[in-house]
Design a protein around this ligand. Structure first.
Ligand code: ADP
Length: 401
């Protein structure tokens, strides 16, 4: 029998964590997904300089995991069984477990605070969602090697980030809904726009229209589809020719799902994969265009797209990139993040330090892989081992400050 997501994570953790000690659990409880980040210290911490002239005092791994928000009880059980909650911060004057603080962000930090306290006996310390998103994005962009990339015509290209020339940028977080945030520095940002037509819309409408049982199934289905079966193209209106006077190719979509009105067909007459493809195109195009308009209004050239809607999916990224490129006439650039879904939880993770509650705050958590100079001095840096769209972990070292 196929293992469930929870079982796979559990098996992995059983082998990983028998030798380790958990600390700094942070949660981002969104409308669709709960994202967890936590650090596990390896026993027998090394005491060398790691070849970086820095004094390595601790080794460990930063772990990432996610659960559907509707399965919060599974998530709580997972936390309990692995004792992750004991890796929160103990209030100085309170030895009892009900005085342990765990950082959490997202609307669910409010909605589920009582449930978490009741089931795990810990206090949820709420962190602002936008603060966390921006902190997570800045951390990833400044500190993580090969975090940002462009995606065009099937080509993924890592972007070198000059940390002295990072701001301003537009952060477009595509979760259940979409937030567009102009970021001007650490903790300096403004939420300039958003749209309710986001990842939740894709998954919600897609589920109704295709009967898919999971988001990934819907995404997979869209790979095989042909949106031209349902979308009304310029060529459908112009008898197969371009509308060249205003630069519209005959293949451009004039109206998403527009053919469905004239075809005299029922939903069952369309292939689910074609429906999924049109829907993905509609949502991605729309977000790409709104993002571009905001970038234009605020004079921003760099747009970073994040959130679990993207899911590292080629067609999604391609559609967004082509949209931004087309509307900006090549002036603006769409970029994506490898840890796309974990910005908020990483921001919450780092907020332990902000409140002076952190036993790691006297040290620096730094990436452990041979990288020259550029990231030195950053607070937290981590290497990437493969893609981190799913539950995974990365190796870190903690260095004396
Ligand atoms: P939120 O914080 O609103 O939950 P996320 O960044 O976690 O936002 O993204 C949620 C979106 O990610 C969903 O609306 C859906 O489009 C997409 N998604 C990716 N994987 C899944 C999944 N396993 N279950 C549900 N939605 C998923």
């Amino acid at each position: 029998m196929e293992k469930t997501e929870g079982e796979i994570i559990r098996a992995k953790l059983d082998s990983d964590q028998s030798q380790s000690q958990i600390s700094h659990l942070a949660l981002d409880i969104g409308g669709s997904l709960i994202k967890l980040v936590y650090f596990s210290k390896n026993n027998g911490s090394s005491d060398d300089d790691d070849g970086n002239n820095k004094h390595l005092v601790l080794q460990g791994r930063l772990h990432f995991a996610k659960f559907e928000t509707c399965k919060i009880n599974d998530c709580i059980e997972f936390i309990r069984s692995k004792k992750l909650h004991l890796g929160g911060v103990r209030l100085h004057d309170a030895p009892a477990s009900d005085k342990i603080l765990v950082k959490a962000t997202g609307g669910g930090a409010y909605k589920f605070a009582d449930l978490i306290k009741e089931k795990l006996g810990i206090i949820v310390e709420k962190e602002d969602e936008m603060d966390c998103l921006v902190a997570g994005a800045n951390f990833l962009l400044k500190a993580v090697h090969q975090e940002a990339f462009t995606y065009m015509d099937g080509q993924k290209e890592f972007v070198h980030i000059d940390i002295n020339d990072l701001y301003p940028y537009l952060l477009v977080n595509i979760g259940s809904g979409v937030s567009m945030i102009k970021v001007d520095g650490d903790g300096k940002f403004e939420r300039i726009s958003g749209t309710s037509v986001g990842g939740g819309t894709f998954w919600g409408l897609g589920r109704l229209l295709t009967k898919c049982k999971s988001f990934d199934e819907l995404l997979e289905l869209s790979r095989e589809g042909n949106n031209r079966v349902i979308d009304m193209l310029v060529g459908d209106i112009y008898g197969g020719v371009d509308y060249s006077k205003i630069g519209l190719l005959s293949t451009a979509i004039a109206s998403s799902f527009g053919k469905a009105i004239s075809d005299n067909k029922e939903l069952e007459d369309y292939k689910p994969e074609d429906v999924a493809r049109s829907l993905l195109r509609l949502i991605s195009n729309n977000i790409g265009q709104i993002a571009y308009l905001n970038a234009l209004q605020f004079g921003l050239k760099r747009i970073f797209f994040a959130g679990f809607f993207i899911r590292g999916h080629a067609y999604t990224m391609d559609t967004i990139s082509v949209g931004v490129h087309f509307w900006s006439k090549g002036e603006a650039k769409a970029m994506f993040l490898r840890h796309e879904g974990f910005l908020g939880s990483l921001g919450a993770f780092m907020s332990y330090d902000k409140h002076g509650l952190d036993d790691l705050s006297t040290h620096q958590l730094v990436q452990r892989f041979p990288v020259s100079g550029t990231n030195a001095g950053e607070k937290i840096c981590c290497p990437l081992v493969g893609d981190l769209n799913d539950n995974d972990s990365i190796e870190c070292g903690v260095y004396a400050a």
